[in-house]
Structures are given as C-alpha cells and as structure tokens.
Design a protein around this ligand. Structure first.
Ligand code: XMP
Length: 323
C-alpha cells in the first residue's frame, strides 16, 4: 500500500542502514526535489548530514531566505551557505549570449560547490562518503537507469579534493513522481512555498535577462517578478499555470509617458504557460483583469520599466524560457 508515511519510513530505514556512522552532503537548489531529498535524509541521519546552498545571486526575491531560514527552521538541518554573488556577476560581466551564460553559470556552480565540499571534508574528515541527490523516477527512466557513485574528477576540481574522490549516491526519491515528492515534502513538514514551488531553471534569472546580467538589472527583474507572482497567487492561479517566467528585455527600450514626462524604458515580458511536462506548452489565457493589475503595478512600482507585454507563443515553436 502506497502511503507517504510508508515511503518515509522505508527510506529512513534504508538510509540509516546505508550510511551507518558515516556522513553525507546534499546540495540545495531552492527547488522541491533537493529540498525533499535533504529533509528525508535529515530525518534519517540528523547531524550526519550537511547541506550546501550556493547563493549565485540569480534567485528570485525571497528565495534564498526561504532556504536559509524557513527550510532550516522546518528541518533543523545543518546548512553551509556560500555567498557567491560577486563571483557569478564577475564571471558574467559583458556576456549576452544565452549559451555562454549557461556555460559560465554551470561551470562556476560546480567550482563553488566543490570548494564547499572540500571544506566540509577538511572539517569533518574522510567519513564524508555520501552525496544526496533529488533524482526522480522520470529522471531515472530518461537516463537509462544507471546510478551508484559520483566521480568527482580532478579537471574541474579547484578546491583541493582528493583526486577521483568517489561518493556513493543516496537518491531517496528515485521511485517517485513529482506529485508524490510534493506529498512526501508536505508530510515532512516543509513550508508550502517550497513544496508547491513551480519549476525554476538552475541558471535562475541569469537567463531571464535578455542582454548582459548586472546587479542593477537583477534587482529590477526581481521586483517585477515578485509583483507578477504576488498577483498570480492572489488570483488563485498558481495551480492552473505551470510557470510564468518574467523576462527583462534589457537591450530594448521604448518610449513611454509616466508622471509628467516622457520616459525611455525597458519592457517586461510575462510568459505564463500551461503544460504537463514542459516538453510542450501552451500560453495561458490569463484573465484580463489579472494581466491589467500586474501591468499597472509593474509600470508604477518598478523603475526603468514603462511597458509590459504578454508572450502568446506556444512551445513549440517558442521555448518556455527566452534563453
Ligand atoms: P524550455 O525553455 O526549454 O524549458 O522550454 C523547459 C523547462 O525547463 C526549465 N529549464 C531549466 N531547468 N536548468 C533547469 O533546472 C536549466 O538550465 C533550465 N532551462 C530551462 C524551464 O524553466 C522549463 O520549466
């Protein structure tokens, strides 16, 4: 009989058995999967688990605090936060090409994470032998089902990890689908905002600024995104839409009139989509009054923005994200 209670009990026992008196590391992304995996392992082995959260400065408003405060409060997990905002912004300086941005963010992420791992191993010793991953059943099927160990190769090892260090993987969500993971998370007492979070790309807002990524532009986009999310939630639309990227066209300006004067500001794009699995998507027919509210608030409250546009493209041909 499948119940969340049974799943939790089984996994807790299995993880305890697997880990014994050794130690595990888990990277938190702010997403549902890593949060639930970490909470489950925390329940099993408590302070033998250390979580790592790399703050790349590309998260939406409040999301880093959600991990640092709410997740820790709900689980009691031991968390190492690495503030790497400056490092990411420096690495992204002058870069506008989407693929290049993705590569840079991915590369920096691995470097920072491995550095943190090395520090944890230096602190805690060689009994750190496990890496927790939030792999779901659909990921297992897509990748052909193999698992077991994670090989940390020296070529992207900048943190002084021993060469070819092998971690055994703990993947407590391997048999679960997304909705089941959410139920397990809820049962484990995780905050609603984490358990019900919509998909958000790893490279974060870095791929939602068309143009160069700067601190100033990120702050602006965070404000616009927070307004859109607030109004969609207030309208009760969170479950109806799959996700709603909010995109800043930083290299585009248009003429507007705000207050007593002419402005020359940037457009914000709303990209609400409905989807089953993100492979295909349709643009969401949001109620006009919700769109009107979001548009009015963004143009009134967010500096340098004088226009809000809605993306009415399906996937295909458009991807969900703009980059
Ligand atoms: P696209 O833009 O390809 O997005 O239609 C499909 C889904 O994937 C998410 N996405 C990502 N998720 N890392 C992630 O973890 C990424 O680099 C990434 N790029 C896109 C996107 O938000 C959508 O849900």
């Amino acid at each position: 009989d499948w119940t969340t209670g049974n799943v939790i009990e089984e996994q807790v026992a299995a993880i305890r058995e697997q880990v014994g008196d050794r130690r595990a590391i888990c990277g938190l992304s702010g997403g549902v999967d890593s949060a639930v995996a970490a909470a489950l392992v925390q329940k099993a082995i408590g302070s033998q688990l250390t979580c790592v959260y790399v703050d790349h400065g590309l998260m939406r408003k409040g999301e880093t605090e959600q991990v640092e405060k709410d997740f820790v409060a709900a689980t009691g997990v031991q968390l190492k936060v690495v503030d790497a905002e400056e490092r990411f912004l420096n690495a992204l300086k002058g870069v506008s090409d989407p693929e290049e941005k993705r590569k840079i963010i991915g590369r920096e992420f691995i470097r920072v994470f491995e550095q943190a791992q090395a520090e944890i191993i230096a602190d805690e010793g060689p009994e750190v032998a496990f890496l927790v991953q939030g792999t779901l059943y659909p990921d297992v099927v897509e990748s052909g089902g193999g698992t077991g160990t994670a090989n940390i190769k020296s070529h992207h090892n900048v943190g002084g990890l021993p060469e070819d260090l092998e971690f055994q993987l703990i993947e407590p969500l391997r048999k679960l689908f997304k909705d089941e993971v959410r139920m397990v998370g809820q049962e484990l007492g995780l905050p609603e905002e984490i358990v019900q979070r919509q998909p958000f790309p790893g490279p974060g807002l870095g791929i939602r600024i068309v143009g160069e990524v700067t601190k100033d532009r990120l702050d602006l986009l965070r404000d616009a995104d927070a307004i859109a999310r607030e109004e969609l939630t207030a309208a009760g639309l969170d479950r109806e839409i799959w996700q709603c990227p909010v995109v800043l066209l930083a290299d585009v300006r248009s003429v507007g009139v705000q207050g007593d004067g002419r402005t020359y500001g940037h457009p914000i794009v709303l990209r609400p989509v409905s989807s089953e699995d993100a492979m295909t998507a349709d643009w969401s027919r949001l109620p006009y009054d919700v769109l009107a509210k979001i548009s009015t608030r963004i143009t009134n409250e967010v500096r340098d923005v004088n226009r809000v546009v809605v993306d009415v493209t399906s996937k295909p041909p458009g991807t969900i994200e703009w980059e």
